[in-house]
Design a protein around this ligand. Structure first.
Ligand code: CTP
Length: 399
């Protein structure tokens, strides 16, 4: 599964470190080359002799191999050597230091030098894990692109029962294998994505808009690009930035601008995923100067905008076309109608009835409906993980 992969395993001071010995063994039997860095506290829980025997490599713990001789461990070389750095278990202390950029031991300096993906497997007591500071540190690390493997629920070393157990080594190894397996599985594919709201001008200072944050579309763009796709993201006005600089970003404001940008790109793409919340109507006339307040009521005359998705549905040849439906009632029925009427390959439905789904939140709960009347319901999860589900669902359709 991991033949030839170079894994740098960091172990910190947590009782779960006893599982790390088994993790090393599994990584080695999966074909990986393993080097282990331990913090001083980790050595109280698992011995370097065990880890060096299992990994077949000396354990790294200090900055110096031999202080007398002046030989030192090169953390930069180690960071560059690894295909992936896995920190398991990651204690609350190490997580906080990683977030703050502290570099007071070999594990942390190597983390700061590493250019490879980093997987973090927290382990701690339930109340520590629930603490706001731990949660916000993990979120920050995830936002920076680290992969977080959430701890599981169960009996903890303290005797308490709750979330905090480091994920089992078998699962961690399969997550590492999944990461490498999906790496670049969209190589050469061109994917067009829309995101965010559109603003329809009323006068020079006012517009009709909506609450879309663009987070879902941006997460899909990042996921597709990470997996090797050439991504063009057409975005309405949002306050988001992209991590992956291979993504071509086209910023637009109105539905008309989005329509033109999307139509320009569509012929050359293999997939179009339209996640934007496009205005269905715009003011028929835009006032040249600010509309002044009067005592009487004000009526705006609205005209329909072009339906970008429906236009692509009519135009498509070999492209896979994916739409979104945000519904408040008769969700499946309404989404199915859109799927058929707009000639889509599948539609991603989110309901405003579901807690944690919809605009401006970091989570989403989706159901994917396809042309064969199949519906796959997913759990509530982060928009990043939802993006992975959507891209995974798309994969077999591309042949
Ligand atoms: N969409 C689009 N262009 C529009 C309106 C919508 O491309 N002018 C796309 C959205 O990006 C989304 C899908 O169509 O992928 C569904 O949008 P939605 O507004 O829910 O659908 P409508 O057909 O506008 O139906 P309604 O607003 O009546 O629910």
């Amino acid at each position: 599964m991991l033949q030839g992969k170079k894994i740098l395993l960091g172990i910190t001071g947590s009782i779960a470190a006893y599982k790390s010995a088994f993790l090393v063994r599994l990584l080695v039997t999966s074909g990986a080359e393993v080097r282990v860095i331990v913090t001083a506290a980790a050595k109280d829980f698992v011995t370097p002799v065990t880890l060096s025997t299992l990994s077949g490599n000396p354990i790294i713990s200090d900055f110096y191999e031999d202080k007398e001789l002046g030989t030192w461990e090169n953390h930069v070389d180690l960071g560059l050597w690894a295909d992936m750095m896995v920190i398991a278990p990651a204690s609350a202390n190490t997580i906080a230091k990683m977030t703050g950029g502290v570099a007071d031991n070999m594990l942390l300096t190597t983390y700061l030098s590493a250019r490879c993906p980093v997987m973090i497997c927290p382990a701690m007591d339930l109340d520590m894990y629930k603490h706001e500071s731990v949660g916000s540190n993990l979120k920050e690390l995830q936002n920076r692109g680290n992969i977080i493997i959430e701890p599981t629920h169960g009996e903890l070393a303290s005797g308490l029962v709750g979330q905090g157990r480091m994920e089992e080594p078998e699962i961690i190894v399969s997550q590492i294998a999944d990461y490498f397996a999906k790496e670049f599985d969209f190589n050469g594919k061109k994917i067009l994505i829309t995101a965010g709201p559109t603003y329809e001008k009323i006068d020079p200072v006012r517009f009709i808009g909506n609450h879309s944050s663009g987070k879902m579309g941006f997460a899909i763009a990042e996921e597709a690009a990470e997996r090797g796709a050439r991504v063009t993201l057409v975005s309405g006005p949002v306050s988001l930035s992209l991590k992956n600089d291979s993504i071509t970003r086209i910023d637009v404001v109105s539905a008309r601008e989005m329509y033109e940008a999307v139509l320009n790109e569509f012929d050359a793409c293999d997939v179009a995923i339209l996640a934007a919340a496009v205005a269905d109507y715009r003011p028929k006339e835009v006032a040249d100067s600010k509309i002044k307040k009067k005592d009487s009521s004000l009526n705006l005359n609205l005209e329909p905008t072009d339906d970008i998705l429906a236009t692509l549905g009519k135009k498509k040849t070999t492209q896979v076309l994916v739409g979104f439906a945000l519904e408040t009632n008769n969700e499946r029925e309404n989404a199915k109608k859109k799927l058929v009427n707009k000639n889509l390959d599948f539609i991603v439905l989110n309901s405003l009835q579901d807690k944690g789904a919809g605009f401006a939140v970091d989570t989403n709960k989706i159901t994917i409906l396809d042309r064969g009347n199949n519906g796959v319901e997913f759990e509530l999860k982060s928009k990043e993980k939802v993006a992975t589900d959507i891209i995974d669902y798309l994969k077999p359709l591309l042949g």
